[in-house]
Write a protein that binds this ligand. Structure first.
Ligand code: EPZ
Length: 423
C-alpha cells in the first residue's frame, strides 16, 4: 500500500492548475449510456481511481472506452448488459448513476445495492422514488435493485425531492432526458456538478429549463447522439489546495478555475483573514499573519460544501479562537477528528457539530485515512505539524485528488509517496 510522508513547516507558494471535477465526471460518463448513436469525447477528466472504477463499470456493461491525457472517449453503442454487479458497485456508490440512463434507454436495469459508507448512512430511496415517479416498477431482491419501465418506456412526471440530493437529481435528469413528455424537478440539487450535467444533456439535444436553480424542467427526446464536451474544474480540489496554503501561511494561485462557483468558500477564507483575489479563471490566496476562527455550516449549494468540511476543520486547528463546524448534509462525517486529535488538535464532537479549539501546535505522527476528504484534512494538518506525518491508506485520497503530491511538491511542500506493508 502507499503512504504519504510529509515533513511539516514549509510555506506553500507558487501556482498550479486545477484538475477536472471528479463529481461531475461521473454523471456525464454515466450519461453516455443514454445513446447507442456515436462517440463521446470528454476533455478535462481527472486521472483518478474513481474514474477508472467507473469506466470499468461501463466496460462491463459493454461500452468501449479509451483514456489518455485527461480525455476520455466513450462509445456506448454496443451496451448489452444491463446489470451493475456488486464487485464494482461496492467500490463506488456513484455506480448508482447508471440506473437512470440504462432504465431510460433500455426500459430495464439491475444495479447492486451499494452497501455501507465510511461516514454514516447514505440511502438511495430518493433515486428509487424518482424512477418510480417516471413510471418504473422497482423491486429489491438478492441485493439488487431491479427496475423496469412500464411498457418499456419512462414517462415525464413531477418529482418533488424532500431532501436536496446531487445523485438523485442527476439520475432523474438522465432518466427524464429520454422519457416521453416533460419532467419537472422541485428542490433539485443546484451544485455546479449538476449544472455541468445539465449543460452536457443540453449539448446532447435535451431541452432543459432552470439550469442552476432548484426547479428544473426537462423535455424528453426520442433519441440522442454523442458529443464532445469540456468538463468543469474541481472546486473541492481547489478549496483543499487553498486550505493547504492557508495553514502554512503561504501564498498560492490556482489557475483554470471559475471563481464564481466558489463564492461561499472564498468568503469563508476571507473571514478567516486570508486575502483572496480572483480573475476570470484564477484564484490567489495570501495568508494572514494570524488565521481567525471561522464557523461554517455545510449544506447544499450554494452553501459551504460538506466535501470541504474536513479540510476546514484541519485549517481551524491553527486559527485564533474556537470555531464551530456543522455538517447538515452528513451528520456523522467526522472520522477525521480522532486522527487530527492524534496530531495534537483539540476538537470536540457535539452531535453534527465539531468544536475546534484553535492554535494547538500539531506534531507529526502516523495517521490513518478513512475516506477521501478525511485523508485530505490529514495531509493539510501534516503540512503544518512539526516533524514527520505519515498518512496511511492513501488509496482513499487517490480516489479524488489527481497528482496531489506532485501538486503540493510544486508548491514547495516536503511530501513524498512510499510503499508500506500494513500488516
Ligand atoms: C454527492 O454524493 C457527492 N458524490 C459527494 O461527494 C457529496 O458529499 C454529496 O453529493 C453531497 O454534496 C458524488 O458526486 C459522486 P446526496 P451523493 O445524494 O449524491 C441524503 C466526495 O467526497 N439522501 O447529495 O450521494 C443523503 O443521506 C463525496 O467527493 C437521501 O436521504 O449525495 C445526504 O444527507 C462523498 N436519500 C443528502 O441526501 C437518497 O436517496 C445529500 O446526499 C439520497 C441522498
Amino acid at each position: 500500500m502507499d503512504k504519504l510522508v510529509i515533513k511539516g513547516g514549509r510555506k506553500l507558494s507558487g501556482s498550479v492548475n486545477a484538475s477536472g471535477s471528479k463529481n461531475s465526471s461521473l454523471p456525464i460518463i454515466a450519461a453516455t449510456l443514454l445513446t447507442g448513436n456515436g462517440t463521446f469525447t470528454l476533455h478535462n477528466i481527472p486521472d483518478l481511481r474513481d474514474i477508472t472504477t467507473f469506466t470499468q463499470l461501463l466496460n462491463h456493461l459493454g461500452a468501449e472506452t479509451t483514456f489518455a491525457d485527461n480525455t476520455l472517449r466513450v462509445s456506448s453503442n454496443h451496451v448489452q448488459s444491463l446489470q451493475a454487479p456488486y464487485e464494482l458497485v461496492k467500490k463506488m456508490r456513484a455506480s448508482i448513476y447508471v440506473l437512470g440512463p440504462l432504465l431510460a434507454r433500455f426500459g430495464h436495469a439491475r444495479v447492486s445495492l451499494p452497501g455501507g459508507c465510511a461516514f454514516g448512512p447514505r440511502p438511495i430511496d430518493l433515486h428509487l422514488m424518482a424512477m418510480e415517479k417516471l413510471g418504473a416498477t422497482i423491486t429489491i431482491e438478492t441485493g439488487f435493485i431491479d427496475a423496469t419501465a412500464k411498457e418499456g418506456k419512462l414517462r415525464g412526471a413531477h418529482i418533488d425531492f424532500p431532501v436536496s440530493s446531487v445523485g438523485a437529481t442527476g439520475n432523474a435528469l438522465m432518466a427524464a432526458a429520454l422519457a416521453e413528455g416533460t419532467t419537472t424537478l422541485s428542490n433539485a440539487a443546484a451544485e455546479p456538478e449538476i449544472v455541468t450535467l445539465c449543460k452536457f444533456l443540453i449539448a446532447m439535444g435535451v431541452p432543459i429549463r432552470g439550469t442552476g436553480t432548484t426547479e428544473l424542467e426537462i423535455d424528453g427526446v426520442p433519441s440522442l447522439a454523442g458529443i464532445e464536451f469540456d468538463n468543469v474544474f474541481d472546486r473541492i480540489e481547489v478549496g483543499t489546495l487553498l486550505a493547504a496554503a492557508a495553514i502554512t501561511g503561504g501564498e498560492i494561485t490556482i489557475n483554470r478555475v471559475e471563481p464564481q462557483q466558489m463564492k461561499t468558500v472564498l468568503k469563508k477564507f476571507t473571514e478567516a483573514g486570508c486575502t483572496i483575489t480572483t480573475t476570470d479563471n484564477s484564484i490567489t490566496l495570501k495568508s494572514p499573519e494570524k488565521l481567525l476562527a471561522t464557523d461554517v455550516t455545510a449544506k447544499p449549494y450554494p452553501a459551504f460544501p460538506t466535501d470541504m468540511q474536513a479540510q476546514w476543520i484541519a485549517l481551524m486547528t491553527q486559527a485564533e479562537g474556537i470555531s464551530h463546524i456543522t455538517d447538515k448534509v452528513y451528520h456523522e462525517r467526522f472520522n477525521h477528528i480522532p486522527e487530527l486529535n492524534r496530531l495534537g488538535a483539540h476538537i470536540e464532537i457535539r452531535k453534527n457539530q465539531a468544536l475546534v479549539h484553535g492554535q494547538q501546535p500539531l506534531s507529526g505522527t502516523t495517521v490513518m485515512s478513512t475516506d477521501l476528504r478525511a485523508s485530505a484534512s490529514l495531509v493539510i494538518a501534516g503540512l503544518v505539524a512539526q516533524g514527520t506525518t505519515e498518512v496511511l491508506r492513501v488509496y482513499h485520497l487517490d480516489r479524488g485528488y489527481e497528482k496531489i503530491e506532485q501538486k503540493l511538491q510544486s508548491l514547495g511542500a516536503d511530501i513524498s509517496r512510499e510503499k508500506y506493508n500494513e500488516f
